[in-house]
Design a protein around this ligand. Structure first.
Ligand SMILES: C[S@@+](CC[C@H](N)C(=O)[O-])C[C@H]1O[C@@H](n2cnc3c(N)ncnc32)[C@H](O)[C@@H]1O
Length: 259
């Protein structure tokens, strides 16, 4: 796993992993490479126990990792702990310091990239995989109502605090991009930024399900500026696209499609 290093995790206790939420535990790759996770869990019993209890019988792979982990000295243990925390640095930021994600320079892309694609006035908008709400920022004042769908509880709390002055028209909901907690044809504008890609056909189909006829689905950004398999699927589903710059993080593609 190569996660972006938005904070310096080498300053943190390994027990910060106790803050990870249930979706994260299910997203851990069962074929975790190397010995680091096994070594770190063997020496951090509270984290190991918490993961096993919360995985509810699906934690046998963790026990196997711990069982085959080699003995290490204290420096070796710390190297393993830091390697694991680096591998899940983005998840740690979401549950420990979401404001550090919100402060990333790459999020300061030009609002016009979105505002030239959608007119938010009096519309019903949903932002899927909302994170810290970057896509809602330029729209929330003008919309009739908005939904933020985000599976991580700590981020949902952050969103409610960040957009408190718009609480009367913002509903922050738990949910996944492949199973949105909204009726069909319920939104004029359906947004997703940095979240489509694991199962693009299923994800696009669900985004389009909740879009009203005459509405618009926008992925901003939807992909790096590369012709990979994810781009092929999005383009083959009839999306138009263009390229824009995320400060410090290079060129990204945004996609849009009327429904
Ligand atoms: C890289 S952040 C992007 C946040 C925001 N959309 C933005 O553009 O800054 C990805 C977000 O999607 C959420 N996420 C990850 N997998 C998801 C899924 N399957 N369904 C919905 N949201 C998901 C994560 O919790 C995280 O908040």
């Amino acid at each position: 796993m190569a996660a972006p290093q938005w904070i310096d995790v080498s300053e943190l206790s390994f027990e910060v992993l106790l803050l990870l939420e249930d979706p994260h535990l299910h997203w851990f790759p069962r074929d975790w490479p190397g010995d680091e996770l096994g070594v770190a869990l063997r020496h951090n019993r509270s984290v190991w126990d918490s993961f096993r209890v919360r995985l509810r019988g699906e934690g046998a792979w963790l026990d196997e990792l711990v069982a085959r982990a080699p003995q290490v000295d204290p420096e070796g243990l710390r190297r393993c702990e830091v390697a694991v925390m680096r591998a899940v640095c983005d998840w740690i930021v979401y549950v420990h310091r979401p404001e550090a994600y919100d402060a990333q320079p790459f999020l300061r892309w030009d609002d016009a990239e979105l505002l030239t694609l959608v007119d938010p006035r009096d519309k019903v908008v949903v932002d899927v995989g909302s994170g810290t709400g970057r896509l809602l920022e330029p729209l929330i004042a003008e919309v009739a109502s908005a939904f933020a769908v985000e599976p991580i509880r700590h981020l949902r709390s952050y969103l409610k605090r960040k957009f408190a002055e718009h609480a009367h028209k913002l509903n922050v909901l738990d949910g996944f991009i492949t199973d949105l907690p909204l009726p069909a044809s319920s939104c004029d504008i359906v947004l997703a930024g940095h979240v489509v890609g694991d199962d693009p056909e299923r994800e696009l189909s669900e985004l389009e399900r909740v879009a009203r006829p005459g509405g618009r689905v926008v992925l901003c950004p939807g992909n790096n500026d590369v012709d990979d398999g994810v781009h092929e699927v999005i383009a083959s589903c009839g999306y138009e696209w263009s390229v824009f710059e995320e400060p410090g993080d290079g060129l990204k593609r945004k996609y849009w499609k009327p429904t």
